[in-house]
Write a protein that binds this ligand. Structure first.
Ligand code: FPP
Length: 245
């Protein structure tokens, strides 16, 4: 069988709170343990030659959580960005973000800029953090930008197709994920990359994010490799195209 190339994996890191509760710990402890896992999984992705890894770290809706949890998550983010900078530089991993980062607390924003700047030259491997991200908000933002271009006579209505829309998404320079993983047994997208996952494969596991280790990540990749992606075509067409390659 021809090895299926995988360039981009996106992960919904769910179950930190339930993991903590199952251990009699505070929810924030679950998030803290979750951050440790980020490091492991990013390293594994790099080792497997996966060029892009996107992590849903904070959704646009997560601001509605109790204030103490939001503050705790923002502190964890700031600490992660600061402490991980050296490691990302050493491993030559570029840090990118999707989402409206202008709304993040100043301290986190500062560390974000520093880490992005320090890693900007590394394009082979990319860690993308979704921060204050929501797919519907991303679409609203894109539609406004396109409307502006029409009003400014930079494009006409008939020019609008998906390639024009894509140019205005946070992910304009990032390939669509071939695989989306969601941990903790939930089966939904929760406003994550709704357009970019049109043809993605999905992998759901009951394991809570703090326990989703490198081996579990490899299992997800193996599951992907055994699948046939048809993009609306028939299985025969796909097989013939593979033989031709
Ligand atoms: C979902 O678990 C997880 C989140 C809302 C945040 C994910 C954040 C981290 C892993 C830490 C921050 C990340 C970085 C990169 C610094 P949940 O709290 O919804 O779990 P539950 O459904 O069991 O309550």
């Amino acid at each position: 069988m021809i090895e299926k190339k995988i360039n981009h994996v996106a992960i919904i890191m769910d179950g930190n709170g339930r993991w903590a509760k199952s251990k009699g710990l505070l929810r924030l402890e679950g998030h803290r343990k979750g951050v440790e896992n980020v490091r492991k999984v990013v390293d594994k992705a790099r080792e497997l030659g996966i060029r892009y890894i996107t992590l849903y770290a904070f959704s646009a809706e997560n601001w509605d959580r109790p204030q103490s949890e939001v503050t705790g998550l923002m502190t964890l983010l700031k600490t992660f960005l600061k402490s991980e900078r050296k490691n990302l530089v050493k491993k030559q991993v570029r840090l990118l973000t999707i989402g409206d980062t202008s709304k993040l607390p100043e301290g986190a924003k500062k560390e974000l800029i520093k880490t992005k700047d320090a890693t900007a030259g590394f394009t082979n491997h990319n860690l993308i953090l979704a921060l204050n991200y929501g797919a519907r908000q991303e679409l609203e933002f894109a539609v406004k930008k396109i409307a502006e271009k029409v009003l400014d006579h930079k494009i006409v209505l008939n020019d609008i197709d998906y390639s024009i829309i894509k140019q205005e998404l946070y992910t304009q320079d990032i390939p669509d994920p071939e695989l989306v993983i969601r941990t903790s047994g939930e089966h939904r997208l929760s406003n994550f990359l709704l357009l970019q996952t049109a043809y993605s494969e999905f992998y759901f596991t009951p394991i809570f994010w703090p326990e989703f280790n490198e081996n579990e990540f490899e299992k997800a990749i193996d599951s992907y490799k055994g699948r046939e992606r048809r993009f609306g075509k028939t299985g025969d067409q796909i097989q013939k195209a593979i033989i031709k390659e």
